[in-house]
Ligand binder design. Structure first.
Ligand code: ANZ
Length: 884
């Protein structure tokens, strides 16, 4: 087992030798008694657990403290795989741990069962998405059960059930009422293969997250949730999560929201005003201090502003613009932001007026400026911004330095190198290096120059000052911009929640009244589900043609369906009572159980899913439905199970979970996952040993049958060393489990089982009460990792099911104090005193103790000490001679 030693904390050489010897004995013993049969244990206990439904949370009258442990929503794509096996093993350890600690634990399960993959898979097989999905759920459900998870199956839900998606539609209407759901035409990501729009978040390096095809830009009218209204709160509330969310995930959230602070600056337009901005162009800048260095402006070619500016320009500029715009649209956003790509662009033959100097500033369009960031326009400061400099150099635009980056900021005298005569070497060129010559923009801090009222100021002070100056003139203000865009939630596909809006004959958007929900998906009968750029629902004429809820006049249903991230943004609340058909969730239940205490799942959801769930929770808070603002108090993101350093997947082959479960059994696989290392780390399946886990389980299980004392035996008189080992484990388990050090707990269990084996074989034997105590503790702790084996051990130890409720005992503090040995203190070979000391006491410390002993001092009397012999920790002999 690769990591046994890495995980184990204290191992001295002696123990190691003994272990090796034991291992030989054990191997012999295993040959003689191949009696641990995991398949039989699974067959024996699964029906017992099924029958008893033992993990039902929130039973009436249950007054225990509560914990909500949630595993990320599985998607029914196929059968259980390695990734599930790992994540669910970890979630289960945590859930079972709190059960053992006496909590009423809510550990529910459901399926995120709408979505593109099911639809695509069904189309490929000529099947029906609904049938395909529910078949998969049935298969997975069986596998989850066999995997021995302590789940509350009474709360199972599927997002593709109308009983669930009715509440998605309710949620949509709540957002719509609040002005947080809206429709707009804009440039969107379009996957030409899946023939649907994608959220920015679903575009990975310019490719569709689902099918990997290159994503295009299309101008379409779509539904959005206004998550940008919550950008500040989504960012600021991350502070609440520090320490209980992985810091990596917090910074991924932060970067995704991407708040930049700076200023908006208005430039007056010369000539005819542009329709969308009137007579000014506003830019967002993080460096308003560089305002005096502006030598041109750039607007995004795909912005309305550029089109309007071009429309008011010369015929030549108009034609050039049309051609350039078409070209720009062929590039992906990633390409456009690639700093190493040569700059392109064209002048629009339009001019703006500098708000402070009154200079005439030429306006260009270039694709390095993005339409949907800031205002889709920038002030070009080539001396201090590399992108602007590259652009200026490409088109011969002037470069004006306004920050002297060589000027010391603090007034301190710079330390200069000395020549061989001890004279300071003065820098050749104390003036700032000219970016126009070097090609390097001066991005650093320094003193403002060539900047009128800002001259001499530092960057920070110049920013402050220029915002004041602009404010007084009414041509600028402090401002923030976010990378975060509104959440595009409409999809042109069948297998999702219908958007509860009808389009009236006059083109108005009319929400479907709440009492008419759910808007149920039609049957697929006669529908062509092939992706075609328009929702297949548009062709379901009997479904689409409806009436205006206000007056019964003919109207059309919105044919789009919702992104499945809507479904998973609030599902944790539906688990509180998935059968409630009167409301999405009961605020009183939410008060009792939520937020989720511990969320467990893949780091691939570190941005989107978590961000959306956080956003919807804040909306629900604002609407008064919940009293908390963050959905998941703590999260654990497990690493990935790899094979040969690569993520396992169906297409890449690798190890099949099903085969491994058949070979080694559920418990050995779960234990192996837990033992592989810290749960956040990736590991290679080749580097771990399910066979070793299986052997360990057999060893522990065998001991449970050897115990020769009754369940009510008094432990007190048991072997002290073994008892101490047992209680040290008990004392450490809470900290280790709550700190996700599952691998260390497994290593400690292995050590304790070795200790028990020694006590049985080479010590007081199987009848010693300490043996019973120790194996009982092993059984309870092992139940977090290997529920079948532990349940059986519990029975062999003479107890009724269920080990899940046996409870974690408290460590006896008197057994936790350090060992001591008796040191003999002699004077001239005669024993004068005895002291209890640590077996690890240092020689000089022991000598000091001896010299301080009253009996020794008395015995030495007024004689002189000639020599001291120390044999720590057992003996000190003080030799004396007459004084003088
Ligand atoms: C003038 C300037 C001078 C700028 C300077 C930077 C340095 P972050 O930090 O990413 O928020 N910008 C603004 N809108 C843009 C758009 N739609 N597309 C591309 N670039 C845009 O970047 C903010 C800076 O990015 C802004 O500050 C602006 O350039 C540019 F020495 O304005 B700056």
């Amino acid at each position: 087992m690769a990591n046994a030693h890495a995980a184990s904390e204290e191992h001295d050489a002696e123990e190691h030798d003994a272990e090796e010897h034991d291992a030989e004995e054990r191997d012999a013993e295993e040959r003689d008694a191949p009696d641990y049969d995991f398949a039989a244990l699974q067959a024996k206990w699964l029906p017992v657990w099924e029958e008893a439904a033992p993990y039902v949370a929130g039973k009436p009258g249950d007054k225990r403290p509560r914990k909500y442990v949630l595993d990320m929503f599985p998607y029914p794509s196929g059968d259980l795989h390695m990734g599930h096996a790992e994540a669910f093993a970890f979630g289960d350890i945590i859930a079972r741990y709190w059960m053992q600690r006496g909590f009423d634990v809510l550990h529910p399960i459901g399926w995120d069962s709408f979505g593109l993959p099911a639809e695509n898979a069904a189309i490929k097989r000529g099947a029906e998405p609904r049938a395909w999905t529910y078949e998969n759920i049935a298969t997975q459900k069986n596998s989850f059960k066999r995997y021995g998870l302590a789940l509350d199956w009474t709360r199972e839900l599927h997002t593709s059930d109308p009983e669930y998606y009715k509440w998605n539609q309710w949620l949509f209407l709540k957002l719509y009422e609040k002005g947080l759901a809206y429709r707009k035409a804009s440039w969107v990501n379009w996957c030409p293969f899946d023939q649907t729009v994608l959220a920015n978040e679903q575009v990975i390096d310019g490719h569709c997250e689902r099918c990997d095809h290159l994503v295009e830009k299309k101008k379409l009218t779509q539904w959005y949730f206004k998550i940008t209204d919550y950008a500040d709160r989504l960012l600021d509330d991350l502070k609440q999560l520090e320490g209980s969310w992985p810091s990596k995930v917090i910074s991924m959230q932060r970067n995704w929201i991407g708040r930049s602070t700076g200023a908006d600056v208005d430039f007056r337009l010369e000539g005819a005003p542009a329709e969308s901005v009137g007579d000014t162009i506003t830019v967002f800048t993080t460096r308003p201090d560089t305002l005096y260095g502006v030598t041109f402006m750039v607007v995004a070619p795909d912005s309305d502003l550029a089109a309007e500016l071009a429309a008011g320009s010369t015929p030549e500029a108009r034609a050039a613009f049309a051609a350039y715009r078409e070209l720009a649209q062929k590039s992906t956003e990633i390409e456009r932001q690639d700093a190493s790509r040569p700059k392109t662009g064209i002048p629009l033959e339009r001019f703006a007026v500098h708000p402070l100097t009154g200079e005439r500033i030429p306006i260009w369009t270039a694709d390095y400026v993005l339409a949907d960031y800031g205002h889709g326009a920038v002030m070009g400061v080539p001396a201090h911004d590399q992108r602007d400099l590259d652009f200026a150099l490409a088109f011969g635009l002037p470069v004006k330095i306004v920050v002297d980056t060589n000027a010391p900021l603090t007034g301190a005298i710079p330390v200069l190198d000395l020549d061989e005569n001890g004279l300071a070497i003065l820098p050749d060129d104390p003036a700032p290096l000219d970016p126009a010559r070097t090609g390097q923009a001066l991005g650093g801090d320094g003193r403002m120059i060539n900047s009128g009222p800002l001259d001499g100021l530092s960057k920070q002070n110049a920013i402050k000052r220029v915002i004041e100056v602009l404010g007084e003139a009414g041509t600028g203000r402090a401002s923030k911009t976010y990378r975060l865009r509104d959440w595009l939630i409409s999809r042109q596909r069948f297998w999702g929640t219908p958007i509860p809006i009808v389009h009236s004959a006059s083109g108005e958007l009319v929400p479907v009244p709440e009492d008419q929900l759910p808007v149920v998906l039609p049957s697929t009968q006669g529908l062509d589900l092939q992706p075609k750029g328009q929702s297949p629902l548009a062709a379901a004429s009997a479904w689409v043609q409806t009436t205006d809820p206000r007056d019964g006049s003919p109207a059309l249903r919105d044919p789009d369906t919702m992104d499945t991230f809507v479904d998973s943004s609030w599902y944790f609340l539906r688990f509180l009572d998935p059968n409630d058909d009167t409301k999405a969730f009961d605020p009183a239940l939410a008060e009792r159980w939520a937020p989720v205490d511990q969320y467990v799942g893949g780091v691939e959801h570190a941005i989107l899913h978590l961000l959306y769930a956080r956003f919807i929770t804040k909306v629900l808070f604002d609407l008064g439905y919940v009293s908390f603002t963050e959905p998941f108090a703590a999260t654990l993101n497990q690493g990935t199970v790899l094979t040969a350093g690569k993520k396992m997947s169906k297409s890449r082959g690798g190890v099949h979970l099903g085969d491994e479960l058949d070979r080694f059994g559920v418990d050995a696989i779960r234990l192996t996952m837990s033992f592989a290392g810290p749960p956040e780390d990736n590991f290679n399946w080749e580097d771990v040993s399910p066979a070793g886990s299986q052997k360990f389980l057999a060893r522990a299980w065998r001991i449970s049958g050897e115990v020769a004392s009754p369940p009510d035996v008094e432990w007190k008189g048991g072997d002290r060393a073994l008892r101490r080992q047992t209680h040290r484990l008990l004392a450490d388990v809470p900290g280790l489990i709550e700190g996700f050090k599952f691998n260390v707990v497994v290593a400690r269990l292995m050590e304790l089982v070795n200790g028990i084996r020694k006590t049985i074989d080479n010590g007081p034997g199987a009848g010693d009460p300490a043996v019973r105590e120790a194996i009982e503790v092993v059984t309870v702790v092992l139940s977090l990792f290997a529920p079948y084996t532990a349940e059986d051990m519990w029975q062999r130890l003479g107890y009724e099911p269920f080990v899940a409720w046996a409870g974690l005992r408290k460590a006896d503090p008197t057994l936790l104090v350090e060992d001591s040995v008796t040191a003999v203190l002699q004077v001239d070979g005669k024993v004068r005193d005895r002291v209890e000391v640590s077996p690890r006491i240092a020689a000089d410390e022991l000598e000091q103790l001896a010299r301080a002993s009253a009996a020794v001092v008395r015995s030495v009397g007024d004689r002189e000490i000639a020599n001291v012999i120390v044999r720590a920790p057992r003996l000190v002999n003080i030799a004396t001679r007459p004084a003088g």
